[in-house]
Structure formats: structure tokens, C-alpha cells
Design a protein around this ligand. Structure first.
Ligand SMILES: NC(=O)c1ccc[n+]([C@@H]2O[C@H](COP(=O)([O-])OP(=O)(O)OC[C@H]3O[C@@H](n4cnc5c(N)ncnc54)[C@H](O)[C@@H]3O)[C@@H](O)[C@H]2O)c1
Length: 266
């Protein structure tokens, strides 16, 4: 079987480098090019030095010389959306890991993917453990009335709380069918110590040098607690999910949101 040809958008970024290396290790995939606004050279040397592929800061001009089956995007939201508008019209499937894709963006992507009969997978989190944690948290939510989330990230993370923590709290209350019970603290002597609240779930954000990305969901009931925790130790955690998405997206038409669908966890 011919390998699936892949172009990485954001190829020089932290995730882009991990993804290009992983594609090169997989015999079912072939990296055919990289795009990054930071590109200063015309070639990307593959991590194993086996070959060079075209590199450009301009997606449209690169698409004139290489014809990928899939574009994988790890850039910024605006760049991801403008790339999607270009490549879907050319019949190229897309896997997006970039954060900040809005509901309006998703609507547009869905329409474009259907109109052009191609597949798009958008996943805010490609770490399998994190996806499974969310699935278990949705089950726990049905049986517990109290819950809090602690999310822990490196000190340079721009936003707080994490998008994953917000989505987890919302999905938990959706699964429960109502808000959790939020115990009011009579006197908060230091403002903010009870965290931010979403549907009765308190979210606490730790930002600390040395951490990467972790999330703990704690359920409480009389006489017991249940803790679900996922720790990200390196960016390698995203790779199996991304590779799975590349291999799946070529078999689909339309938009798939979240890795849950590919894992049959819905
Ligand atoms: N879905 C997931 O599981 C997952 C996992 C990790 C990171 N992310 C997200 O992926 C994105 C990238 O993360 P990162 O850590 O690699 O960031 P990064 O800053 O290291 O890399 C982003 C790359 O995109 C490039 N870029 C920016 N604008 C561009 C444009 N207009 N055209 C072409 N290239 C452009 C940058 O030059 C940079 O090299 C972020 O949004 C991050 O939150 C998602």
C-alpha cells in the first residue's frame, strides 16, 4: 500500500518537530513538506538525515510542488483556519491540533469539508490518557454531586484555566444533567483561593516551572473521594493520537471533533 503523504503546517514549532519526526518513523506515512512562518531555508532535513523535503513560509506556493493527502496543523488558530480554507478546496484532508478553534470556525470547517468531500479531524487534546480521563470523569459525574479540578502546567502557559479543564467541567455537568453543588466559603481571606467556578465545579490552576501538563478531577461524597489524574511527561504523549488521526482522516468525509469518536468513547 502507498504511504499516506503528509505536509506539516507549523513544522518548526515544538509540536511540528515532534510530528515530523514521528511521521518519518512510520512506514505507512511519508512526510512530503513543511510550512512554517519562521522558515528561512527551502528544505527541511528529516530527523534521521535520510532525506530533505521542501520547506516554505508560504503554504500556497509549497502546494504547487508537493501534493499531500493530509495536512497536519500545529500553529496558531488564525493560521490553521486560513490553511484549512486553502487546502480543503484542493481535496486535502486535515488534522488540526492547534488550540483556540472556535465554534464558528468548526461550523465553517464542517461545511467546507462536506462541500469538498474530504475529512477533517480537530482534536483539542491528542493525549490518549487525557481523553480517557474525560470519559471517566463523565461517568463519575453521574454519581457524585461535588467535584473540583486541579490543573497543573508549566509557568509559561499563556492562559488559565486550561481549555481542557474548562471543557472537562462543562462536559461533566452536561453528563450529570445539572450543575454540581458548590459549597460557599463564608470568608475567603485570600481572594481567588477557591479558584474559578464552572457549573459548580471549582477549577484551580497551578503554574510552576518544572511542570508540563497535568489534570486531576476530584469527586466528593459523604465519607469518600474519587481522584482521576492524568500527567503529561513529554510531548510524545500526543504522538499515538496524532498518527491515528492521520490514518483515519483519509477514510472519512466531514468533520470529526475530538479523539473520543475515533476511540469509540462517545
Ligand atoms: N491538540 C493537542 O493535543 C495539542 C498538544 C500540544 C499543543 N497543542 C497546540 O498546538 C499549537 C502549537 O503548539 P506548539 O507548542 O508547537 O507551539 P510553537 O509556538 O512551538 O509552534 C507553532 C509554530 O507555528 C508556526 N506558525 C505560527 N503562525 C504561522 C503561520 N501563519 N503560518 C505558518 N506557521 C505558523 C510558528 O512559527 C511555530 O513554529 C498550540 O495552539 C498548542 O496549544 C495542541
Amino acid at each position: 500500500m502507498e504511504p499516506i503523504t503528509v505536509l506539516v503546517h507549523g513544522a518548526l514549532g515544538k509540536m511540528g518537530r515532534e510530528v515530523t519526526a514521528a511521521i518519518c518513523r512510520d512506514p505507512e506515512l511519508e512526510l512530503v513538506g513543511g510550512v512554517d512562518v519562521k522558515a528561512t531555508q527551502e528544505q527541511l532535513i528529516l530527523p534521521d538525515d535520510s532525506k530533505k523535503v521542501p520547506l516554505s513560509s508560504d503554504l500556497s506556493s509549497l502546494l504547487e510542488i508537493c501534493h499531500p493527502k493530509v495536512l497536519v496543523d500545529f500553529t496558531i488558530a488564525e493560521a490553521a483556519i486560513s490553511a484549512v480554507r486553502i487546502v480543503l478546496k484542493q481535496g486535502i484532508n486535515v488534522v488540526i491540533g492547534t488550540s483556540g478553534i472556535t465554534d464558528d470556525n468548526l461550523k465553517e470547517i464542517e461545511e467546507l469539508s462536506k462541500a469538498n468531500k474530504v475529512g477533517v479531524i480537530v482534536a483539542p487534546n491528542f493525549a490518549l490518557g487525557s481523553v480517557i480521563l474525560l470519559h471517566l470523569a463523565k461517568i463519575g459525574a453521574k454519581f457524585f454531586d461535588h467535584a473540583e479540578i486541579i490543573e497543573l502546567h508549566h509557568h509559561e502557559k499563556a492562559d488559565a484555566p486550561s481549555g481542557t479543564a474548562l471543557a472537562t467541567a462543562r462536559e461533566m455537568s452536561k453528563s450529570k444533567g445539572k450543575a454540581f453543588v458548590y459549597p460557599l466559603t463564608k470568608k475567603e481571606t485570600l481572594s481567588g483561593t477557591r479558584g474559578g467556578q464552572v457549573d459548580g465545579v471549582s477549577i484551580h490552576s497551578v503554574r510552576l516551572l518544572g511542570l508540563m501538563a497535568s489534570q486531576e478531577v476530584i469527586f466528593g461524597a459523604p465519607g469518600q473521594t474519587l481522584s482521576l489524574r492524568h500527567d503529561t511527561i513529554s510531548r510524545e504523549c500526543y504522538i499515538p493520537g496524532i498518527i491515528m488521526a492521520i490514518k483515519e482522516v483519509v477514510k472519512r468525509q466531514g468533520l470529526v471533533y475530538g479523539l473520543e469518536t475515533l476511540l469509540n468513547l462517545r
